[in-house]
Design a protein around this ligand. Structure first.
Ligand SMILES: CC(C)(COP(=O)(O)OP(=O)(O)OC[C@H]1O[C@@H](n2cnc3c(N)ncnc32)[C@H](O)[C@@H]1OP(=O)(O)O)[C@@H](O)C(=O)NCCC(=O)NCCS
Length: 151
């Protein structure tokens, strides 16, 4: 899976939502909720990355919440500075624009933090990123920083 590069200086504006789903930055007391969600739905490796992203102030973690329930999350600056990810949406909540909402909120937060580009490390759904945020593949990036990782 290659890494992707995303220019942050020409991001489209975030679209306001009127569907009852709040996408916002997480706060520290929510760390165990997000880490448990990441482990339950995805992997312990992702839970570890979430914990690191929570250690920043403010946390590099965005969450999508509906009626008090966590639908998904997105992190940045977890495994490497300037990296977006991991991100994930609960299977039952997919296809409602939550993934793209989290992506855009996190990329805007990275831009605000001073980055000109974001790297999507070991991107799974490459077409999703190409279409949603103009990502391009970084030549020679597979395997990248995750090569040989312990699981
Ligand atoms: C990728 C993921 C976050 C997308 O979340 P989602 O909430 O279902 O996505 P959205 O509803 O916001 O989709 C927005 C658009 O992207 C498209 N899309 C969604 N997943 C896609 C995929 N895997 N590949 C290509 N396009 C995709 C949707 O069809 C939709 O298109 P539309 O605007 O024409 O309707 C989610 O499928 C997921 O959690 N996957 C497993 C974890 C994962 O792979 N994370 C990324 C690691 S790098």
């Amino acid at each position: 899976m290659p890494d992707l590069l995303v220019p942050l200086y020409r991001l489209p504006a975030e679209r306001p939502r009127d569907d009852g789903i709040a996408i916002r930055r997480a706060i520290a007391p929510e760390m165990h909720v997000v880490c448990d969600f990441a482990e339950r739905h995805f992997s312990r490796n992702w839970a570890s990355e979430c914990a690191v992203a929570f250690a920043a102030q403010p946390p590099g973690v965005l969450v999508a919440v509906e009626e008090g329930q966590l639908l998904g999350f997105a992190c940045y600056d977890a495994t490497a500075k300037g990296f977006f990810g991991p991100t994930g949406v609960a299977e039952e909540a997919r296809g409602r624009g939550v993934g793209v909402g989290l992506l855009m909120a996190a990329l805007h937060a990275m831009r605000q933090a001073g980055y000109a580009y974001a790297v999507i490390g070991g991107a799974g759904p490459v077409d999703f990123y190409k279409r949603q945020c103009g990502a391009i593949e970084i030549p020679g990036s597979d395997p990248g920083i995750y090569g040989g990782m312990l699981r």
